[in-house]
Design a protein around this ligand. Sequence first.
Ligand SMILES: [Zn+2]
Length: 452
Amino acid sequence: MENEIGVRGKYAYSFPELGSVEIIKDPLIIVENDKIVSIGPYDQTKSSLAGHDIVGDKDADVLIPGLINTHTHAAMTLFRGIADDLPLMEWLEKYIWPMESHLTPDDIFHGARLAVLEMLRSGTTTANSMYWHPEKEAQAFVELGMRAIVGYPILHPIAEYKRDDMFVVKWHQSHNDLIRVALQPHAPYTVTNETYQVMHELLLEYNEKFEVPVLFHTHLAETKHEMEAIRNFAQEMDFQISEEITTPTQYLDSLGVLDQYTVAAHCVHTSKKDVETLRSRKVGVSINLVSNLKLASGIPPLVEYVSNNVKTSLGTDGASSNNRLDLFETTRLIALLYKGLHYSPTLLPISEAMYLATAGGANVLHMNNVGQLKEGFKADIVSLSLKTIEMQPIYHEKSALSHLVYIGERSHVKNVIVNGSLVIENTLPTKVAIDEILDSFKRTSTSLFERI
Ligand SMILES: [Zn+2]
């Protein structure tokens, strides 16, 4: 068999449902090929260990399911730190879109590769990425061994919609289901009503055919003035929006394009009625708190989503609006911010914050065998080391669980397994040397900077 690994640690945690946590002391996870074939306390599972390579430290590693980033633009690492402290529209129109017009497919490959390495080393094993030349991003994900959903952004006037069955057939569920595809209308203020509907019809057509769904990934309700931007865009593009529609969510719902396949990034500005619409249409929401704070878009009503059973998950957004692709930071931040915002220390406890970063993300991305440490699930496993000053003391399994959210950060990530392959070993990528990634990124970004 290709991969036969026995993963050991001091504790293993999994967060199968909102608010629940499964804890195993002295765990052993047996991985064969791409799956977890058994998981339990070492004494009960060790009989199946013969012939497997052992990974991990039984005295100091914490094992968790890989984190799931439900909204990013991987190759935007190329624009990290190049335009900060600006509002969204100015940032997009004056800086990002003009610079993106200079990107080559090769730039995107190297930009995405850096992002993939950064995400893996932050304990993220799955990402949902919207970017140009998605086949180049897909190559980067495959090369380093990370799970991803990729797709072309459609946005007027830069990229008009063109049907591309070849791309979908080539990449959807490819590489042992490591890579999937999404149709990606950028946002309601850059995509016409008709294009949304045509893309959605195509989505339903694909989803009659494929075993696992192609998703519909869009930005939604990111800023306070988005409805105004949509009306201006409608005027420019010569289509009508009824006066009764007052929010971006109601607008997309009126087009009939919101359903269980939708991944809506941001959802910062939603009314009570919108929250009910997102719930009843089974839309998956991706909260990108750091990006929203940095661009001063507002604070998404995460607690309303969670308490109203809206499918909710976490994203980082791209590296030029975050600027870290670090879900540990996001998880800690949501666990802190909403408590303070609502004057309630019991809101978003550890088990809920970690659910949103793991199984909640898998639920939004329709990955029903990802996001938990469970027999039969894909082996996407992250270990963090407790051998650091700040992780002390560890009295029992609850201490290490607390440290995971309130202390844990990407520097604690030690080993990462995706689809059964050990892709980060002792903090280093196993498939491509770190210097080769950094050197080629430097060459690419220097040449891009000269062009712009
Ligand atoms: Zn975005």
